[in-house]
Design a binder for this molecule. Structure first.
Ligand code: SF4
Length: 397
């Protein structure tokens, strides 16, 4: 820690910093495979905007947000996600357990790469078929709970705009990498974060309450698994503050890469597996949930829903010119006019170095010109997450 260096003048709060060690729930390292190339530190620098002058192989306690971008760039396999494949296979083989799986939107257009398909191939129904063939008892779609998140978050945003103005700007909270970054470096903004759980954990809570009740299954006999593009989601599910009476919403997170390993270990080929539907009701969703996987998607869904909550009417097609919140520009800006609320200024930011510059600008000016700001840790949002096929990185370049 005493070698820590930051680019900016941060109120650095390193309480709870995480070493790349056995204690890190997301990432682990094998020093014998490290070739001292420094790609991991460069990735951390590029994504985080702050970095340690860490000796290699990485051992020190660092301000790790668990995003896994170092994993994407490590060429030797010295840094990998902490795998949970064995635990999930054991749960599937345990007849006393009801094993439920959910799949995040970004994984449905990336898993195919692990089976030789072109980047961007949509494999959602093949994925559902493969998961059922692998032995999961129910297959749900995280897009369902992304819809729940949007209903909650849009309601909260309207409340903050009209009645809790000291909590403006409203900062999104569905990216655990960004949330950890905020905790480390901008703790004074914690009360601006949305109080909503992420779609992953809303789904977990719904399965262990509503679904368990509907199916007559004890929550403790349900094993909740998620397929995520994200290593930070492994950290998120381990957060004690998300437990209810000692029970976690979610039990295991598998990255897109881990799922490919699991399916191949069972001899399941995504190219030939029959397509299946997601299970009802938690497998159904609107388009709002689907666009969470890319930078700007949460904003687009939240602002349109906020319009509905504020006015009781669907927003006009030209509420926002959507082009500004889509695409790979570091910080995108847009405005929306909501009757009874006024003009809402919006910013969408991906990459934590970009977040640092944006937040430092707000601090320097003393106020925010935006009322709603979306943050995603990874480049491009979850589609560029640290748990995605490594070929995704190659395709981006
Ligand atoms: Fe995970 Fe998405 Fe955040 Fe990256 S942007 S850390 S993939 S939630």
């Amino acid at each position: 820690p005493d070698q820590y260096q930051g680019k900016g003048d941060f109120p650095v709060n390193l309480k709870g910093r995480v070493a790349i060690s056995d204690a890190n729930p997301s990432i682990e390292r094998d020093d014998e495979k490290c070739i001292l190339c420094g790609q991991c530190v460069e990735a951390c620098k590029n994504v985080m905007g702050v970095y340690g002058n860490y000796p290699l192989p990485l051992k020190s306690e660092i301000a790790c947000v668990n995003c896994g971008q170092c994993v994407m760039w490590c060429p030797s396999g010295a840094i990998t996600e902490k795998r949970n494949i064995k635990e999930v296979l054991a749960a599937i083989d345990d007849d006393t357990k009801h094993v439920v799986v959910q799949t995040a939107p970004a994984t449905k257009v990336s898993l195919g790469e692990e089976f030789g398909m072109p980047p961007g191939t949509s494999v959602g129904n093949k994925m559902a078929g493969a998961l059922k063939e692998a032995g999961f008892d129910a297959v749900f779609d995280t897009c369902f709970s992304a819809d729940l998140t949007i209903m909650e978050e849009a309601s909260e945003f309207v409340h903050r705009l009209t009645a809790a103005k000291d909590e403006i700007p409203h900062l999104t909270s569905c990216c655990p990498g960004w949330v950890k970054y905020c905790e480390y470096f901008y703790p004074e903004l914690m009360h601006n974060l949305s109080t909503c759980k992420s779609p992953q954990n809303m789904m977990g809570a719904t399965i262990k309450s509503f679904y368990a009740d509907k199916m007559g299954i004890k929550p403790e006999n349900i094993v909740n698994v998620s397929i995520m593009p994200c290593t930070a989601k492994k950290f998120e599910v381990a957060r004690e503050e998300l437990e209810v009476d000692g029970n976690r919403d979610m039990d295991y997170v598998l990255t897109t890469r881990e799922l490919a390993v699991l399916l191949k270990s069972k001899g399941i080929d995504l190219n030939t597996v029959p397509e299946r539907e997601y299970d009802s009701v938690l497998g159904e969703s609107t388009g709002a949930g689907k666009i969470f996987g890319a930078t700007g998607g949460v904003t687009e869904a939240a602002v349109r829903s906020a319009y509905f909550f504020a006015t009781g009417s669907n927003p006009p097609a030209d509420l926002l010119s959507w082009q500004p919140v889509r695409g790979m520009t570091a910080v995108k800006e847009a405005t929306a006019s909501i009757p009874g609320v006024g003009t809402v200024n919006i910013a969408v930011c991906h990459g934590l170095e970009n977040a640092r510059q944006l937040l430092d600008g707000i601090k320097a000016s003393g106020s925010s010109k935006w009322q709603f700001i979306e943050f995603m840790a990874c480049p491009g949002g979850c589609i560029g997450g640290g748990g995605q096929p490594k070929s995704t990185v190659a395709a981006q370049n």
